[in-house]
Design a protein around this ligand. Sequence first.
Ligand SMILES: Cc1ncc(COP(=O)(O)O)c(C=O)c1O
Length: 393
Amino acid sequence: MRNPDTSGERSREWPRHGGQPGPLLTRFGLAPDTPLLDASANLNPLGPPAWLAGWLAQRLQRRPLALAGYPDPEYREAREAIAAEEGVAPEQVLLTNGGAEAIFLAAALQARERPGSLAAIVQPTFAEYARACAAHGLPIRSLSLAPPAFDLDVEAIAAGLGEARLLFLCRPNNPTGTLVPRADMERLLMLTAARGITLVVDEAFIDFVGGETEDGDEALTPLLARFDHLVLLRSLTKRYTLPGLRLGYLLADAETVHRAAACQPAWSVNGLAAALVAPLLADGDFARRSRTWLALERPRLAAGLEALGLVVVPSRANFFLVRHPAGQEATRRLLPALLRRGVLVRHTESFAGLDGGWLRLALRDAADNDRLLAALAGALTEAQEEGAGGGAS
Ligand SMILES: Cc1ncc(COP(=O)(O)O)c(C=O)c1O
Protein backbone atom coordinates (compact mmCIF):
# COMPACT_ATOMS: atom_id res chain seq x y z
CA MET A 1 0.00 0.00 0.00
CA ARG A 2 2.85 2.38 0.79
CA ASN A 3 5.35 3.75 -1.64
CA PRO A 4 8.17 6.15 -1.06
CA ASP A 5 7.60 9.32 -3.08
CA THR A 6 10.10 8.77 -5.86
CA SER A 7 9.51 11.06 -8.79
CA GLY A 8 12.98 10.21 -10.17
CA GLU A 9 15.57 12.26 -12.02
CA ARG A 10 14.09 11.55 -15.40
CA SER A 11 10.64 12.98 -14.65
CA ARG A 12 12.17 16.41 -14.01
CA GLU A 13 12.97 16.74 -17.69
CA TRP A 14 9.34 16.34 -18.70
CA PRO A 15 6.77 19.16 -18.62
CA ARG A 16 4.84 19.00 -15.36
CA HIS A 17 1.40 19.67 -16.83
CA GLY A 18 -0.58 19.22 -20.01
CA GLY A 19 -0.79 22.03 -22.56
CA GLN A 20 2.99 22.44 -22.73
CA PRO A 21 4.02 21.28 -26.25
CA GLY A 22 7.35 23.17 -26.44
CA PRO A 23 9.58 20.85 -24.39
CA LEU A 24 8.09 17.74 -26.03
CA LEU A 25 8.53 19.04 -29.58
CA THR A 26 12.15 19.86 -28.74
CA ARG A 27 12.71 16.49 -27.10
CA PHE A 28 11.50 14.63 -30.18
CA GLY A 29 13.25 16.88 -32.73
CA LEU A 30 10.13 18.53 -34.14
CA ALA A 31 9.76 22.20 -35.14
CA PRO A 32 8.61 24.36 -32.19
CA ASP A 33 5.77 25.79 -34.29
CA THR A 34 4.34 22.39 -35.33
CA PRO A 35 0.53 22.84 -35.36
CA LEU A 36 -1.01 20.50 -32.82
CA LEU A 37 -4.35 19.24 -31.64
CA ASP A 38 -4.03 19.54 -27.86
CA ALA A 39 -5.45 16.43 -26.22
CA SER A 40 -3.12 16.88 -23.24
CA ALA A 41 -5.02 19.49 -21.19
CA ASN A 42 -8.36 18.44 -19.68
CA LEU A 43 -10.63 21.36 -20.55
CA ASN A 44 -14.22 21.58 -21.75
CA PRO A 45 -13.93 21.86 -25.57
CA LEU A 46 -17.21 23.82 -25.71
CA GLY A 47 -15.79 26.77 -23.84
CA PRO A 48 -15.17 29.44 -23.08
CA PRO A 49 -18.84 30.44 -23.52
CA ALA A 50 -19.39 32.47 -26.71
CA TRP A 51 -20.63 35.54 -24.80
CA LEU A 52 -17.46 35.84 -22.73
CA ALA A 53 -15.34 37.99 -25.07
CA GLY A 54 -18.21 40.50 -25.50
CA TRP A 55 -18.88 40.51 -21.75
CA LEU A 56 -15.23 41.34 -21.03
CA ALA A 57 -15.12 44.09 -23.68
CA GLN A 58 -18.31 45.66 -22.36
CA ARG A 59 -17.20 45.46 -18.80
CA LEU A 60 -13.95 47.26 -19.60
CA GLN A 61 -15.77 49.93 -21.60
CA ARG A 62 -18.60 50.64 -19.18
CA ARG A 63 -16.79 50.12 -15.92
CA PRO A 64 -13.37 51.74 -16.03
CA LEU A 65 -12.83 50.49 -12.49
CA ALA A 66 -12.96 46.91 -13.79
CA LEU A 67 -9.20 47.23 -14.12
CA ALA A 68 -8.39 50.31 -12.07
CA GLY A 69 -10.31 49.34 -8.93
CA TYR A 70 -9.59 46.71 -6.30
CA PRO A 71 -12.02 43.80 -6.22
CA ASP A 72 -14.21 43.27 -3.14
CA PRO A 73 -11.74 41.44 -0.86
CA GLU A 74 -14.60 39.30 0.43
CA TYR A 75 -15.86 38.42 -3.09
CA ARG A 76 -19.42 38.50 -1.72
CA GLU A 77 -21.29 38.36 -5.04
CA ALA A 78 -19.26 35.44 -6.39
CA ARG A 79 -19.49 33.50 -3.13
CA GLU A 80 -23.24 34.00 -2.97
CA ALA A 81 -23.65 32.72 -6.52
CA ILE A 82 -21.55 29.62 -5.74
CA ALA A 83 -23.33 29.05 -2.42
CA ALA A 84 -26.73 29.19 -4.15
CA GLU A 85 -25.60 26.64 -6.73
CA GLU A 86 -24.04 24.32 -4.15
CA GLY A 87 -26.80 24.61 -1.54
CA VAL A 88 -24.41 25.82 1.18
CA ALA A 89 -23.98 29.12 3.06
CA PRO A 90 -21.78 31.82 1.47
CA GLU A 91 -19.56 31.53 4.59
CA GLN A 92 -18.74 27.99 3.46
CA VAL A 93 -17.24 29.21 0.17
CA LEU A 94 -13.73 30.56 -0.40
CA LEU A 95 -13.13 31.91 -3.92
CA THR A 96 -9.67 31.00 -5.23
CA ASN A 97 -7.37 31.75 -8.12
CA GLY A 98 -8.11 28.42 -9.81
CA GLY A 99 -8.31 25.02 -8.17
CA ALA A 100 -4.51 25.21 -7.90
CA GLU A 101 -4.65 27.95 -5.27
CA ALA A 102 -7.26 25.99 -3.32
CA ILE A 103 -4.82 23.06 -3.12
CA PHE A 104 -2.07 25.29 -1.76
CA LEU A 105 -4.45 26.86 0.75
CA ALA A 106 -5.47 23.45 2.07
CA ALA A 107 -1.79 22.63 2.65
CA ALA A 108 -1.09 26.10 4.08
CA LEU A 109 -3.91 25.75 6.60
CA GLN A 110 -2.64 22.36 7.71
CA ALA A 111 0.93 23.67 8.04
CA ARG A 112 -0.26 26.61 10.10
CA GLU A 113 -2.29 24.53 12.51
CA ARG A 114 -0.27 21.31 12.59
CA PRO A 115 3.21 22.30 11.38
CA GLY A 116 5.31 19.49 9.98
CA SER A 117 2.49 16.94 10.22
CA LEU A 118 2.43 14.01 7.81
CA ALA A 119 0.26 14.34 4.68
CA ALA A 120 -0.95 11.28 2.76
CA ILE A 121 -1.63 11.40 -0.97
CA VAL A 122 -3.49 8.75 -2.95
CA GLN A 123 -1.38 8.14 -6.08
CA PRO A 124 -1.09 8.24 -9.04
CA THR A 125 -2.59 11.69 -9.00
CA PHE A 126 -2.22 15.39 -9.73
CA ALA A 127 1.31 16.54 -8.85
CA GLU A 128 0.27 19.78 -7.13
CA TYR A 129 -0.73 18.08 -3.85
CA ALA A 130 2.85 16.94 -3.34
CA ARG A 131 4.19 20.34 -4.39
CA ALA A 132 1.84 22.14 -2.01
CA CYS A 133 2.83 19.88 0.88
CA ALA A 134 6.54 20.32 0.10
CA ALA A 135 6.12 24.09 -0.11
CA HIS A 136 4.54 24.11 3.34
CA GLY A 137 6.95 21.72 5.00
CA LEU A 138 4.55 18.77 5.25
CA PRO A 139 6.26 15.41 4.76
CA ILE A 140 4.42 13.10 2.38
CA ARG A 141 3.34 9.50 2.43
CA SER A 142 2.12 8.09 -0.90
CA LEU A 143 -0.65 5.50 -0.89
CA SER A 144 -0.84 3.68 -4.21
CA LEU A 145 -3.77 2.54 -6.31
CA ALA A 146 -2.95 -0.55 -8.36
CA PRO A 147 -3.27 -0.68 -12.16
CA PRO A 148 -5.09 -1.49 -14.31
CA ALA A 149 -8.33 -0.78 -12.35
CA PHE A 150 -6.94 1.81 -9.90
CA ASP A 151 -9.78 0.98 -7.48
CA LEU A 152 -9.59 2.45 -4.00
CA ASP A 153 -9.91 0.05 -1.09
CA VAL A 154 -11.06 2.17 1.85
CA GLU A 155 -9.78 -0.18 4.53
CA ALA A 156 -6.35 -0.45 2.86
CA ILE A 157 -6.10 3.34 2.58
CA ALA A 158 -7.10 3.74 6.22
CA ALA A 159 -4.54 1.13 7.24
CA GLY A 160 -1.81 2.94 5.30
CA LEU A 161 -2.46 6.36 6.82
CA GLY A 162 -0.30 5.79 9.88
CA GLU A 163 0.39 9.11 11.60
CA ALA A 164 -0.94 11.21 8.70
CA ARG A 165 -3.07 14.20 9.72
CA LEU A 166 -4.10 15.23 6.21
CA LEU A 167 -5.25 13.13 3.26
CA PHE A 168 -5.44 14.41 -0.33
CA LEU A 169 -7.72 12.49 -2.69
CA CYS A 170 -8.77 13.46 -6.21
CA ARG A 171 -12.33 12.53 -7.30
CA PRO A 172 -12.68 11.78 -10.16
CA ASN A 173 -8.99 11.20 -10.16
CA ASN A 174 -6.53 12.81 -12.51
CA PRO A 175 -5.06 10.93 -14.43
CA THR A 176 -7.08 7.70 -14.03
CA GLY A 177 -10.60 9.14 -14.45
CA THR A 178 -11.82 6.80 -11.68
CA LEU A 179 -14.40 7.96 -9.14
CA VAL A 180 -14.52 6.64 -5.58
CA PRO A 181 -18.23 5.87 -4.94
CA ARG A 182 -20.03 8.12 -2.47
CA ALA A 183 -20.64 5.23 -0.05
CA ASP A 184 -16.90 4.55 0.11
CA MET A 185 -16.25 8.23 0.69
CA GLU A 186 -18.67 8.20 3.62
CA ARG A 187 -16.81 5.25 5.11
CA LEU A 188 -13.47 7.03 4.60
CA LEU A 189 -14.90 10.17 6.19
CA MET A 190 -15.97 8.21 9.27
CA LEU A 191 -12.56 6.52 9.59
CA THR A 192 -10.65 9.79 9.17
CA ALA A 193 -12.95 11.69 11.57
CA ALA A 194 -12.26 9.13 14.26
CA ARG A 195 -8.50 9.72 13.84
CA GLY A 196 -8.50 13.50 13.52
CA ILE A 197 -7.38 13.46 9.87
CA THR A 198 -8.49 16.29 7.57
CA LEU A 199 -9.79 14.88 4.29
CA VAL A 200 -9.25 17.14 1.28
CA VAL A 201 -11.12 15.95 -1.80
CA ASP A 202 -10.23 17.66 -5.06
CA GLU A 203 -13.36 17.59 -7.20
CA ALA A 204 -11.90 19.70 -10.01
CA PHE A 205 -13.48 17.35 -12.57
CA ILE A 206 -16.78 16.60 -10.78
CA ASP A 207 -18.76 18.65 -13.32
CA PHE A 208 -17.81 16.13 -15.99
CA VAL A 209 -19.07 13.06 -14.15
CA GLY A 210 -22.77 13.32 -14.86
CA GLY A 211 -22.99 13.25 -18.61
CA GLU A 212 -26.57 12.85 -19.65
CA THR A 213 -28.13 13.48 -16.23
CA GLU A 214 -28.68 16.85 -14.63
CA ASP A 215 -27.85 15.62 -11.12
CA GLY A 216 -24.82 16.84 -9.31
CA ASP A 217 -25.43 13.63 -7.37
CA GLU A 218 -21.86 12.47 -7.22
CA ALA A 219 -20.53 15.67 -5.65
CA LEU A 220 -19.81 15.37 -1.94
CA THR A 221 -21.27 18.80 -1.09
CA PRO A 222 -24.17 17.40 1.00
CA LEU A 223 -21.65 15.62 3.24
CA LEU A 224 -20.22 18.96 4.39
CA ALA A 225 -23.20 19.25 6.74
CA ARG A 226 -22.14 16.02 8.49
CA PHE A 227 -18.34 16.16 8.45
CA ASP A 228 -16.44 19.25 9.54
CA HIS A 229 -13.08 17.69 8.61
CA LEU A 230 -14.09 17.51 4.92
CA VAL A 231 -12.65 20.11 2.54
CA LEU A 232 -13.77 20.14 -1.11
CA LEU A 233 -11.78 21.82 -3.89
CA ARG A 234 -13.30 22.85 -7.20
CA SER A 235 -12.21 24.35 -10.50
CA LEU A 236 -14.31 26.57 -12.74
CA THR A 237 -11.27 26.84 -15.01
CA LYS A 238 -11.91 23.32 -16.31
CA ARG A 239 -15.67 23.60 -16.61
CA TYR A 240 -15.66 26.90 -18.55
CA THR A 241 -12.25 26.61 -20.27
CA LEU A 242 -10.60 29.58 -18.59
CA PRO A 243 -7.02 28.46 -17.86
CA GLY A 244 -5.73 31.93 -18.71
CA LEU A 245 -8.23 33.68 -16.44
CA ARG A 246 -8.45 31.08 -13.62
CA LEU A 247 -11.25 30.46 -11.14
CA GLY A 248 -11.79 27.93 -8.40
CA TYR A 249 -13.17 27.59 -4.89
CA LEU A 250 -12.90 25.73 -1.65
CA LEU A 251 -15.94 24.44 0.26
CA ALA A 252 -15.88 23.45 3.92
CA ASP A 253 -17.62 24.30 7.17
CA ALA A 254 -17.72 28.04 7.86
CA GLU A 255 -15.06 27.93 10.57
CA THR A 256 -12.55 26.08 8.34
CA VAL A 257 -13.23 28.49 5.47
CA HIS A 258 -12.61 31.41 7.77
CA ARG A 259 -9.25 29.95 8.83
CA ALA A 260 -8.27 29.05 5.24
CA ALA A 261 -9.10 32.61 4.15
CA ALA A 262 -6.51 33.86 6.63
CA CYS A 263 -3.85 31.98 4.60
CA GLN A 264 -4.88 33.57 1.30
CA PRO A 265 -3.20 36.70 -0.09
CA ALA A 266 -5.58 39.67 -0.32
CA TRP A 267 -7.28 40.11 -3.76
CA SER A 268 -5.93 36.77 -4.90
CA VAL A 269 -8.67 36.46 -7.54
CA ASN A 270 -8.72 39.28 -10.07
CA GLY A 271 -11.85 41.43 -10.31
CA LEU A 272 -12.83 40.38 -13.82
CA ALA A 273 -12.69 36.69 -12.97
CA ALA A 274 -14.64 37.27 -9.74
CA ALA A 275 -17.34 39.27 -11.55
CA LEU A 276 -17.67 36.44 -14.06
CA VAL A 277 -18.72 33.81 -11.55
CA ALA A 278 -22.42 34.72 -11.36
CA PRO A 279 -22.98 35.00 -15.14
CA LEU A 280 -21.07 31.78 -15.75
CA LEU A 281 -23.13 29.82 -13.25
CA ALA A 282 -26.33 31.33 -14.69
CA ASP A 283 -25.55 30.01 -18.19
CA GLY A 284 -27.91 27.03 -18.26
CA ASP A 285 -27.52 26.59 -22.00
CA PHE A 286 -23.76 26.04 -21.70
CA ALA A 287 -24.36 23.47 -18.94
CA ARG A 288 -26.94 21.63 -21.05
CA ARG A 289 -24.73 21.56 -24.12
CA SER A 290 -21.82 20.32 -22.03
CA ARG A 291 -23.94 17.43 -20.71
CA THR A 292 -25.06 16.48 -24.22
CA TRP A 293 -21.45 16.54 -25.47
CA LEU A 294 -20.30 14.30 -22.62
CA ALA A 295 -23.17 11.86 -23.05
CA LEU A 296 -22.38 11.43 -26.74
CA GLU A 297 -18.62 11.73 -26.95
CA ARG A 298 -17.35 9.93 -23.84
CA PRO A 299 -18.80 6.50 -24.73
CA ARG A 300 -17.95 7.01 -28.40
CA LEU A 301 -14.27 7.80 -27.70
CA ALA A 302 -14.06 4.94 -25.17
CA ALA A 303 -15.41 2.51 -27.79
CA GLY A 304 -13.02 3.88 -30.42
CA LEU A 305 -10.00 3.47 -28.13
CA GLU A 306 -11.00 -0.07 -27.21
CA ALA A 307 -11.56 -0.95 -30.87
CA LEU A 308 -7.92 0.05 -31.49
CA GLY A 309 -6.87 -2.60 -28.97
CA LEU A 310 -5.69 -0.17 -26.27
CA VAL A 311 -6.10 -0.92 -22.57
CA VAL A 312 -8.55 1.77 -21.42
CA VAL A 313 -9.31 2.60 -17.77
CA PRO A 314 -13.09 3.20 -17.51
CA SER A 315 -13.43 6.93 -16.96
CA ARG A 316 -15.99 9.12 -15.18
CA ALA A 317 -14.12 12.25 -16.25
CA ASN A 318 -13.31 14.15 -19.44
CA PHE A 319 -10.13 12.17 -20.14
CA PHE A 320 -8.95 8.59 -20.52
CA LEU A 321 -5.89 6.80 -19.23
CA VAL A 322 -4.73 4.25 -21.81
CA ARG A 323 -1.80 2.02 -22.56
CA HIS A 324 -0.53 -0.18 -25.35
CA PRO A 325 -1.31 -3.84 -24.58
CA ALA A 326 2.38 -4.68 -25.18
CA GLY A 327 3.41 -2.55 -22.20
CA GLN A 328 5.47 0.43 -21.17
CA GLU A 329 7.96 0.82 -24.01
CA ALA A 330 5.33 0.35 -26.71
CA THR A 331 3.20 2.98 -24.95
CA ARG A 332 6.15 5.35 -24.70
CA ARG A 333 6.69 5.09 -28.46
CA LEU A 334 3.14 6.26 -29.10
CA LEU A 335 3.82 9.75 -27.72
CA PRO A 336 6.32 10.91 -30.41
CA ALA A 337 4.41 8.97 -33.08
CA LEU A 338 1.30 11.00 -32.18
CA LEU A 339 3.25 14.27 -32.12
CA ARG A 340 4.50 13.54 -35.64
CA ARG A 341 0.82 13.19 -36.59
CA GLY A 342 0.00 16.56 -35.05
CA VAL A 343 -1.55 15.35 -31.80
CA LEU A 344 -0.31 16.22 -28.32
CA VAL A 345 -1.29 13.86 -25.49
CA ARG A 346 -0.24 13.84 -21.83
CA HIS A 347 2.79 11.74 -20.93
CA THR A 348 2.75 10.01 -17.51
CA GLU A 349 6.48 10.09 -16.74
CA SER A 350 5.81 12.42 -13.80
CA PHE A 351 2.93 10.46 -12.24
CA ALA A 352 4.13 8.30 -9.33
CA GLY A 353 3.64 4.65 -10.22
CA LEU A 354 2.84 5.19 -13.91
CA ASP A 355 6.38 6.00 -15.07
CA GLY A 356 5.48 6.68 -18.67
CA GLY A 357 3.69 3.37 -19.12
CA TRP A 358 0.34 5.08 -19.78
CA LEU A 359 -0.94 8.07 -21.74
CA ARG A 360 -3.75 10.43 -20.78
CA LEU A 361 -6.05 11.56 -23.58
CA ALA A 362 -8.44 14.48 -23.23
CA LEU A 363 -12.01 14.12 -24.46
CA ARG A 364 -12.65 16.79 -27.06
CA ASP A 365 -15.36 17.56 -29.60
CA ALA A 366 -16.43 14.98 -32.19
CA ALA A 367 -14.11 16.18 -34.96
CA ASP A 368 -11.06 16.30 -32.68
CA ASN A 369 -11.87 12.90 -31.16
CA ASP A 370 -11.99 11.45 -34.68
CA ARG A 371 -8.62 13.04 -35.42
CA LEU A 372 -7.19 11.60 -32.22
CA LEU A 373 -8.47 8.10 -33.10
CA ALA A 374 -7.05 8.32 -36.63
CA ALA A 375 -3.66 9.50 -35.32
CA LEU A 376 -3.65 6.69 -32.76
CA ALA A 377 -4.43 4.13 -35.45
CA GLY A 378 -1.43 5.37 -37.45
CA ALA A 379 0.82 5.52 -34.40
CA LEU A 380 -0.13 1.99 -33.37
CA THR A 381 0.73 0.66 -36.82
CA GLU A 382 4.07 2.47 -36.68
CA ALA A 383 4.79 1.12 -33.17
CA GLN A 384 3.99 -2.39 -34.40
CA GLU A 385 6.34 -2.05 -37.37
CA GLU A 386 9.10 -0.69 -35.12
CA GLY A 387 8.52 -3.57 -32.71
CA ALA A 388 8.73 -6.11 -35.57
CA GLY A 389 11.92 -4.37 -36.71
CA GLY A 390 13.66 -5.29 -33.45
CA GLY A 391 12.66 -2.48 -31.08
CA ALA A 392 11.77 -3.31 -27.51
CA SER A 393 8.04 -3.93 -27.00
C1 LIG B 1 -7.02 17.49 -10.27
C2 LIG B 1 -6.77 18.93 -10.54
N1 LIG B 1 -7.04 19.83 -9.60
C3 LIG B 1 -6.84 21.15 -9.82
C4 LIG B 1 -6.31 21.60 -11.00
C5 LIG B 1 -6.06 23.05 -11.16
O1 LIG B 1 -7.20 23.68 -11.61
P1 LIG B 1 -7.15 25.21 -12.04
O2 LIG B 1 -6.66 25.25 -13.45
O3 LIG B 1 -8.54 25.68 -11.85
O4 LIG B 1 -6.18 25.88 -11.12
C6 LIG B 1 -6.02 20.70 -12.01
C7 LIG B 1 -5.46 21.18 -13.29
O5 LIG B 1 -5.01 20.43 -14.12
C8 LIG B 1 -6.24 19.32 -11.78
O6 LIG B 1 -5.96 18.41 -12.71
